[in-house]
Design a protein around this ligand. Structure first.
Ligand SMILES: NC(=O)c1ccc[n+]([C@@H]2O[C@H](COP(=O)([O-])OP(=O)(O)OC[C@H]3O[C@@H](n4cnc5c(N)ncnc54)[C@H](OP(=O)(O)O)[C@@H]3O)[C@@H](O)[C@H]2O)c1
Length: 297
């Protein structure tokens, strides 16, 4: 049954720039229908100079919640009334909830990554995690991983950003974290251990640069878990090569779905239909990949 849009329907939306390729409207609208939530989800392309006006309009328009994407995840924070402690520590917001006119910011990216690993049966306890990247999503992921894993090594092209991220995690007493420049020698050294969880949280390998990877195939081993947060394409070159090496390969769709599911639950108070959301995103990604292949011919 399709729930009709009426004057009492609640609105949630994505804000970012650009937003035209987002999967969130498809994913959330299908999820709202599935659990009979009287909600609708749209995407708004908001330029930096319009961000403040847009956020100020949220209580006035009675918008229930927002997802925030590039480039506003950090700059939006100053316009909110309150920050969830996790978002505050990460230093970025990807979800906003309007509670009776007060806007509270959350960050569900790191939780999404952790859930994606957990649903694949990956336990971080006693594990060494080697993470490539120190950008926005790496920050959110590192915040969660650092307290779960035995050791976290952050490698980034710009070394100073890796150091800064590692330093910001050191207030967690139990954390064993190290930062290095991302180069082949350091990769070789850090991947030369058993049962490593390797996470690519850079944009390398993302469409249209599907042939790129940061890890040479000789460094991939069958006792590794390789998690690539890039989801477009679903199977990146890194994941293809990880599979060929006999490693467990986890794609970025799970993280995308679970960060969305956490936002969905904050807005609706209902359990998100994560399996349905995953199948919707996978179907759409495969459709787009097929279209690209056809256009290439
Ligand atoms: N699955 C999901 O739910 C999910 C969620 C969020 C993001 N993502 C994906 O994750 C990727 C990163 O997003 P983000 O928001 O974290 O971006 P970001 O803040 O711009 O960070 C980009 C990161 O990639 C590194 N990088 C970029 N090009 C590189 C290259 N050629 N060689 C080495 N390192 C390079 C950057 O290193 P420098 O610091 O040296 O520039 C930085 O660490 C994107 O592909 C995005 O689509 C997935």
């Amino acid at each position: 049954m399709t729930i009709p849009i009426t004057p009492s329907t609640s609105l949630c939306a994505l804000i970012g720039h650009p937003v035209s390729h987002s999967f969130s409207p498809l994913m959330h609208n299908a999820a709202f229908q599935e659990v009979n939530a009287d909600f609708v989800y749209l995407a708004f392309d908001i330029k930096e100079e319009d961000l403040e006006k847009s956020i100020k309009a949220v209580p006035a328009l009675g918008i229930r919640g927002l997802n925030v994407t590039i480039p506003h995840k950090v700059s939006v924070m100053k316009f909110l009334d309150e920050l969830d402690p996790v978002a505050k520590e990460i230093g970025a917001v990807n979800t906003i909830v309007n509670e009776n006119g007060k806007l509270k910011g959350y960050n569900t990216d790191g939780l999404g990554a952790l859930m994606a690993l957990q649903t694949e049966g990956i336990n971080l306890e006693d594990k060494k995690v080697v993470m490539l990247g120190a950008g926005g999503s790496a920050r959110a992921i590192a915040f969660y991983i650092a307290s779960e894993a035995q050791e976290l090594v952050i490698l980034n092209r710009t070394e100073s950003k890796a150091i800064e991220l590692a330093e910001s995690l050191k207030y967690k007493k139990e954390v064993n974290v190290k930062a290095l420049k991302l180069n082949l020698d350091n990769l070789k050294m850090e991947l030369n251990d058993k049962n490593i969880i390797l996470i690519n949280s850079t944009s390398v390998g993302m469409h249209p640069n599907e042939n790129e990877t940061l890890v040479t195939s000789d460094l991939l081993k069958n006792d590794m878990v390789v998690f690539d947060i890039v989801y477009n394409p679903i199977e990146t070159r890194l994941l293809k090569e990880a599979k060929s090496a006999g490693a467990k390969a986890i794609d970025g769709v799970g993280m995308l779905v679970y960060q969305g599911a956490a936002a969905f639950e904050l807005w609706t108070g209902k359990r998100a239909p994560a399996d349905l959301m995953k199948s919707i995103v996978e179907k759409e990604l495969l459709k787009r990949e097929k279209r690209r292949r056809r256009e290439k011919k």
